[in-house]
Design a protein around this ligand. Sequence first.
Ligand SMILES: [Zn+2]
Length: 383
Amino acid sequence: MKSLRTYFQLFSIIFLLSHLCAKTESKIKVFENNVLVGEVNTIQNKNFFSVNDFIQITNSKKFINNKTQKVVFYVDNKKIKISNQITFIEIEDNLFQLSSEVVNKNGIYYLPTESFFGIIQNLSISSSIKYTNDEIRLTSISGLKKTIKTVDLRSEKEKWEFKTIVIDAGHGGKDPGAVGYRGTKEKDIALDVAKRLEKKLSKNMNVKIIMTRDEDVFLRLSERTKIANESNGNLFISIHTNAAEDRRASGFETFLIGPNKNEAAVRVAARENAVLELEGTTGKKLTNEDLIQATIAQSAFASKSEQFASMVQKEIKKRVQSKDRGVKQAGFYVLMGASMPNVLVELGFISNPTEEKKLRSHQYRDLLATAIYRAVEQYQKTL
Ligand SMILES: [Zn+2]
């Protein structure tokens, strides 16, 4: 009887072990400089690997739009776009044929393993990624990786370098932002002005531009600052349009992070922070204590933020017929973690029918983008 029990126990252990082995076998190990950094889930016996896992392990910047079932991620700063059930992959605007279509299983995207890594290696877009013997080997760290922790260690010199500007088009995807009388959505105005600004800056200044989003996708507020910090940005510009219950309210204003002092500013911040509820991150309401902490954390570049904010106001004022509401401060979640000078620009009140009409005009939006671009140009001269 006793021996039977021992056999049973032994059998259980063997069963468990084999089960465990089988489980690890269905994953692809990822090594970075020969150190195991993670495992990517697969389906169909490793024929397809989880893009979500790959993105997480390589800490790539990403845009996942579950509505259109598109995923954008980066390998060595090269933009890769995939779409569910499509056999093409877009790398830096060029199309490449995969061996089979992209699979979405329970919200996780899978790519044909051999085919994807084959394309990546053949194109030599990445000398740093190899897929051999069922293992992914990264030999260098992609540009955006793990810089967040080292941000504070940047030298003083680097802090005032002006190489990278981060443009953040507010809202997006399921979050339309404020909606005007004519149905104009803040997310669309913000994205359009952001794109115009990007073009002007890229064309005229020797700087790298990072867009937190360049299409109509939803992004968490924390992701926006994360992108900014990980790209070692030197200036963060978040673009929005305002709204108020009073339809007469109008004008443009630029915000800095700071303790709540003024009721109107608090209302603007509350509206801009409201997206936290869509993110499912309620209970994260910012207290004045948090804001004082954030202000202290940003004290190194507070005066730079303020300088830039007043330049934005001045340049907009020069170009458009709208009320200059000045530079204000309040608790904007999106600015809170930024490790660089940062502002949030409210271009105008979409809730004011006259201003909404203006914001709907290409020329008006172009003037606003030019104004911000000129402010950046001036700001650089002060560094
Ligand atoms: Zn907004």
